[in-house]
Design a binder for this molecule. Structure first.
Ligand code: ADE
Length: 267
């Protein structure tokens, strides 16, 4: 996959994209990240990329011309036009489903805004999609672009050690992951749950599923409401209710189970 990035701070990308999984994907040719300095496309002699907002107000607005000039220059290089994405807190919130969709693209071009925003004509004339990485405001789109690249890179074929590692992970089914343990068997007086040492694969699978459901219900009830629950899942949730393990999430779980069956469950 090729990812072009337009930013006035391309130097910010050194580091996060050089090491670990993303660094390896790049050196193996799975991921081709091209950083472009937006300032190089500014037409005036001061290489200005921002200006005062018409109508007044605080802060600066990123000028449209450098974005248009940069994309016109890049269009010469592209065999086909990639998805053009603006990173901004006003965008649709990126989630794992969105990341999976993006990972199937051949390429994308990320536009990083700065200051108080980007001239609206950039959105109107260039942008296919506007994405936010969460409901908070960063100093610019650069860190958001790096987050997006990191999340996409690990899904590209050949990047991680086989499909297993990305299939069974948080959010794939709107469920959080179960707790994991490694050696030692007991640490600081806390033993590893007995079932994980039992070698009974069916029991381990059931325990893990139950823990996933428990975690999701307690920490992210919004996800549980969207999860597709199997018969076994519903049975495990009822068990958790009977065991009193769900605490303050009990009400929501009863509601989810009732919704599934069209009637309130009797416990
Ligand atoms: N730029 C500033 N804040 C952002 C956010 N939350 N997501 C994406 N881009 C941004």
């Amino acid at each position: 996959m090729r990812i072009d990035v337009l930013s006035i701070f391309p130097g910010m990308f050194a580091g996060p994209l050089d090491d670990s999984v993303v660094g390896r994907a790049r050196s193996e040719g799975i991921l081709d990240v091209r950083l472009h300095d937006l300032r190089a496309y500014a037409s005036d002699r001061h290489r200005l990329t921002d200006d005062y907002p018409f109508g007044g107000g605080s802060g600066m607005v990123m000028k449209p011309e450098p974005f248009f000039a940069a994309l016109a220059a890049l269009a010469e290089q592209w065999a086909s036009r990639p998805r053009i994405i603006l990173l901004s807190p006003q965008g649709a919130r990126l989630d794992q489903g969105g990341v999976v969709q993006l990972s199937r693209l051949e390429g994308m071009c990320l536009l990083c805004g700065r200051y108080e925003g980007v001239d609206e004509r950039v959105r109107e004339g260039l942008v296919d999609e506007e994405l936010s990485i969460g409901d908070y405001v960063l100093t610019g789109g650069e860190l958001a672009a790096m987050v997006l690249i990191d999340a996409v890179a690990r899904l590209l074929p050949g990047t991680l050690g086989g499909p297993g590692s990305t299939v069974e992970e948080s959010f794939n089914e709107n469920l959080l992951e179960y707790p994991q343990y490694t050696r030692p068997r007991s640490f600081a007086g806390r033993p590893v749950p007995e079932v994980l040492l039992s070698g009974d694969h069916a029991a381990i699978r059931t325990w893990r599923r139950k823990q996933s459901l428990l975690r999701t219900a307690r920490r992210r009830p919004d996800l549980l409401m969207r999860a597709e629950l199997s018969r076994e899942d519903r049975m495990l949730l009822k068990e958790l209710l009977r065991e009193g393990a769900l605490a303050e999430a009990a009400g929501l779980v009863k509601w989810v189970l009732a919704g599934d069956q069209g009637a309130m469950v009797s416990l």
